[in-house]
Design a protein around this ligand. Structure first.
Ligand code: FES
Ligand code: FES
Length: 163
């Protein structure tokens, strides 16, 4: 018989309650139970970073967590970046600088970049390169991603209140 747990999770500001099996991955909970398919599942063992989301202010690999481990947590996924029908400056910069090709790595890249720019709002190219070193991209060669993150940093610095 399945081992069931009742959990409460806030995702992108919306509170959810659900009953999940103890083995339910957080990625599967977000994608299949909540329909938030922006979070991608790649390697499924913590290597590629495609599944990166922010939990209680820090990036985590949602493929390495069970949904029950996020009970009581606040989660932010890529769907939470845009506000009031406007893309976040990171999303705009990725678009303008061609920081993506197939887009598979992009949600995880954006979440890692979001966290990183909170810590370091004016990074050098080397700092950006190091910050995203744990997120793998098979298409872009990374250069345009790095330029996009620096462009977003400049834009955010110029518009007070953008988080
Ligand atoms: S799918 Fe989670 S790190 Fe690759
Ligand atoms: S854009 Fe294809 S994996 Fe990064």
């Amino acid at each position: 018989m399945a081992d069931l747990h009742h959990i409460r999770i806030t995702v992108n500001g919306t509170p959810y309650e659900a009953t999940v099996e103890s083995r339910r991955l957080l990625t599967d909970f977000l994608r299949h139970d909540l329909g938030l398919v922006g979070t991608h599942l790649g390697c499924e063992h913590g290597v590629c970073g495609a599944c990166t989301v922010i939990m209680n202010g820090r990036t985590v690999r949602s493929c390495l967590l069970f949904a029950v481990q996020a009970d009581g947590a606040e989660i932010m996924t890529v769907e939470g970046l845009a506000r009031d029908s406007r893309f976040h400056p990171l999303q705009e910069a990725f678009w303008e600088k061609q920081g993506l090709q197939c887009g598979f790595c992009t949600p995880g890249m954006l979440m890692r970049a979001y966290e990183f720019l909170q810590e370091n709002p004016n990074p050098t190219e080397d700092e950006v390169r190091e910050a995203i070193a744990g997120n793998l991209c098979r298409c872009t060669g990374y250069q345009f991603i790095i330029e996009a993150i620096q462009a977003a940093a400049a834009r955010m610095a110029g518009s007070a209140g953008v988080r």
